[in-house]
Design a protein around this ligand. Sequence first.
Ligand SMILES: [Ca+2]
Length: 255
Amino acid sequence: MKVLGSTSVLLLVFSILFTSCIKRKEPPMSELAMEMVLIPGGEFLMGAEDGNGSDNPVHRVYVDSFYMDKHEVTNAQYFEFCEQTGRDLPEFWGMKEFRSGLGYPNHPVVGVSWRDARVYAEWIGKRLPTEAEWEYAARGGLVGKDFPNGDDLDSSTGNFSSKGTVPVGSYSPNRFGLHDMAGNVVEWVFDYYHEDYYKASPQKNPRGPDKGKFRVIRGGGWHSGKSCNKVHFRNCLLARWVDFNLGFRCVKELR
Ligand SMILES: [Ca+2]
């Protein structure tokens, strides 16, 4: 009986250890702080007068403080989500030409729909950024500049018009500490798209139209031209769409 009792205790211990290994824990804030940066709330001028039409008029917007992922979500991070939730792996998974799959753990995930991105964000205790939050963060506190680090973007400051994604964080961050806000992959944001939204946008914490056919995408990617990488450039896709040039990152509210 004594031997059986010891075995039972051992089994119980192993069971607890195994369960604790497979159960995802909420990361502590110190860990979050390492992978996210605090974007201090404030006002900025959103849009551009000389943009592609939907990004004007320039209008003053205020956003509250929030945390934002320093990097685009990676293949390794998204794989863990699929492993733990049973969600399908992304389109293009395992395709070398798109640097997709576990052979490229630190490259940004591609081939995910807006819905995939939103479910991932909820699973990890975050959410997708609003379009205003994304642009405010991309500008990094600079005023009237087209790119995250100033007036220009070239092959030494961002991954665009290239042959594929690169590991996240391969280029210098902007002044808020965010990498790849121009280039690498285009990023899904929360908002529905409407080309005239800036004419009617609320000034404080805008969240986009209440309904729409498309979701906004931001930032340009490896397969985008330079002009699509401007901090104010807007584009959109159907929420179910997937693309080898498109990924996402998440934000988290302070409270
Ligand atoms: Ca990007």
